[in-house]
Design a protein around this ligand. Sequence first.
Ligand code: DI6
Ligand code: FE
Length: 411
Amino acid sequence: MNRFDLLIVDAHVATMERGYGAIRDAAVGVSGDRIAWVGPRGDLGSDVEATTVLSCAGDWLLPGLIDCHTHLVYAGNRANEFERRLNGATYADIAREGGGIAATVRATRAASEDDLAQESMPRLASLASEGVTTVEIKSGYGLDTATEAKQLRVARRLGAEAGVDVRTTLLAAHALPAEYAGRADDYIDYVCRETIPAIAAQGLADAVDAFCESIAFTRAQTERVFRAARLQGLPVKVHADQLSDMDSARLAAQFGALSADHLEHTSDAGIAAMAASGTVAVVLPGAFYALRETKLPPITALRDAGVPVAISTDCNPGTSPVTSLVLMVSMACTLFRLTPEEALRGVTVNAARALGLQDRGVIAPGKRADLARFRIAEPAELAYRIGGNACRGVVRAGGVGPWDGLWKSVV
Ligand code: DI6
Ligand code: FE
């Protein structure tokens, strides 16, 4: 007798275990917050009982989607800068004039925790409505310990309120705050001696990140941040080689980083080092698009080296004001030439890996029961569509979220 708390039938399943891992006319059994069974419906037999049975009405079930890189907790917006960039100003010009990240820092420092939560919740809700069940949220718009902590608390709170599993990342090394103008090493001292230990002591961060770039922090400063994170037992990530080759992907690999993100200017040496360390490459089509970048991330070299590739929204007010992960799947195929299979693995199994999570990203026995239901004829359709929302239901850690159509029965 197979006994489940939840049984989902009339479904096609893409397990993402190998390739798509497609099983047509499948069923998924859930016990507690874990997947207990997945396979062809016929293999389940008739000797089965379930507290709740849900029909997918012929839709596809994928692992709950994972957005592994966002900055979605912030105040204000920067539409004015986007207009200025279209009129010829560069991102770096605007940053040098005290705009850019600094503008969002001013607004975020001034906002109360409630205001920050209220402004940011629609961004998380938009991702959740698309079948996203895990989201990484970075700080980085406070640039002082108190405001970084405020951002991270709001991130955790939003997750609890939206029923989405939020992983938090401390990104105090995002930009140089005005009060440290011309004193970047002093600021990094402060981040390493005060901010990282204080945030770690409060248990507010699951990882530490840094922006290693000519308009942000040097390779040596980034290395100091990594060492301070390691002292607190926190894994690291880096915004690497986005606007120039800072050799920061190789630095990330040297520290066994979970991921190196952006990578438009990463060298072959950086890619080889990532392949050796198992560091995941996170590519960000939204920032590439909004900055009207022309240098593509080295997808072929990453693929040939066997580096796992993940995709995310990089949701932020400056370079990627987007709250659709599925649109990023489409753009990663069209702009970066990932295959639809690679792109969907980029928001499931590889995205989980970029967050150091082994318990999700695939549909397999023992894994967290995060599932997303899509009204599509085949998995590639999620990459083929531009816009629109094909999600028809989610299950989060075994709990049924919004679900289209009738519950089949309660027995
Ligand atoms: N790289 C980016 O593209 C964002 N942060 C980073 O390190 C930009 C963030 C912003 O402009 O607000
Ligand atoms: Fe980012």
